[in-house]
Design a protein around this ligand. Sequence first.
Ligand code: TEU
Length: 569
Amino acid sequence: MTTKKSNHQAEWWRRSVVYQVYPRSFNDTTGSGVGDIRGLTKKLDYLKDLGTDIVWLQPVYNSPQNDNGYDVADYRSIDPMYGTMEDFDELMAELKARDMHLMLDIVVNHSSTEHMWFQESRKSKDNPYRDYYIWRDPAPGGGVPNNWQSKFGGSAWQYDEATGQYFLTLFDKTQADLNWENETVRQEAADLMRFWADKGVDGFRMDVINLISKDQDFPDDDGSIMTGDGRRYYTDGPRVHEYIKELYERVYGPYDLVTVGEMSSTTLQHCIRYSNPEEREFSMTFNFHHLKVDYPQGKKWELMPYDFEALKGLLSSWQIGMNEGGGWNALFWNNHDQPRALSRFADDGRCRVASAKMLATTLHGLQGTPYVFQGEEIGMPNPNWNDISEFRDVESTNMYRIMVEMGKTPEEAFEIIAKRSRDNARTPMQWNYGPQAGFTDGTPWIKLDERYPEINVKMQREDPDSVFSHYKNLIALRKTEDVLTDGRYIRLDEGHPQVFAYARTNDRDTLVVVSNFTSEEAAFTLPETHAALGHSQLELLSGNRPEVPTWGDQLELEPYASFMWIIRG
Ligand code: TEU
């Protein structure tokens, strides 16, 4: 076991910015039309130039790819479509050579039904691997054991003829939930993480890790709280903190790893416990509440304009709550499961560049560790979808079928999928304006956004006014401005219909961030309590409009204008 003393200064990652790589769509070096590990290695100088020091590499393990790798068939392998273990070792070496770090994606709430464990488990009820998964008898009158629903639509239970029992699948029917009540399963999870830690990996992103502890009565959901699909009985479950503490003692602590937990439908209280260092669980957590402000009554598959006040309220309460509770936020607008924030919360047309920069400044001024999802740093929007056949994501194709079966017209269902689909984030990375945007010499596995000739890395990297340069500047500030790491959060806009404004202050400096989220001009006045800020020595750190407004009684903001100032102590 190698104990890593290289990055010992406590919690070095509090000043880090993570770059999220969806390998399927990042860079293809073989002409297969699918990105690969060597493609990532070839782009490390680009990521180093951007300033990101941690790379989050999403699943590259052997997988039938029914959920693009989140259905793992062998945890200690590299899927040939992504390359070889030698390619992986080369990536590790090249990252170290650039003083960069690697975070791997660990998917242990479930495995693929192709995994040896499951293949054995389904053989018979007394197979030694039977208890690795969650098997239940049919309900007394026959049929599924309870009414829990899969997050990808349909029942969460699959019937197995051979043994006459059902197994639980909270996601795709080929993703069987592992039984964490079984100590051996917990050992297996720790062992496979030690395998990668011994190879020099610096951290882990833990997939839907707050779902691993299920209520062992597996009761029907009466729909009285949450969404009625059963998640109340397995989200932040009864033994989840016990299991995560165990992982900390077995792996995260001994290897001094940086870890982030993906917390689906969680609470602030739980995330404080998950990420407060004294709890010895995770370094930080993702929560998704700010990305559900355009879900009518929490329903993902219905459309409404996003609720700006709710968005600001959630970002503010999690800033204040996690700070006071000693927790730590993983900050993000985008990931591989969400439509592009640029198209969702701002303008991906005429004001695309200003909008992309506004969202970046707004997020990177907050307390936590920012995550940049590939393409976000060059302002990639959702693509224009023309037909349902263009979609590849199992969740999207499932939900389209289910919505039409439930009575929506194909046009209505298509409009919803086009807005909500995870594929909006998964189109190939746009490196240049050449064929296939420089992503592949083959045929991409999914369509390119047709605007790539004007939105690509090549055109932005040397352009000081580009979205890329804007991100580079923000990321550099996190290395130099302590207040970005330790500053307390104070909301400054009192429900302004267009503006989100806040301050961050430590015992020395004060940061002020003001963003116009609309296509209209906006006037903003500081609240009485903080009027003095407007008359202080404000030094501009970041802005997305050539004309920087002057602080008088009120600030005049152009559409999507956003600025970050500092008042030095
Ligand atoms: O995502 C979990 C998750 O919350 C999303 O899948 C979300 O449920 C979905 O988009 C429904 O809206 C993680 C991974 O990020 C995702 O890619 C996987 O599909 C999923 O877990 C299962 O491993």
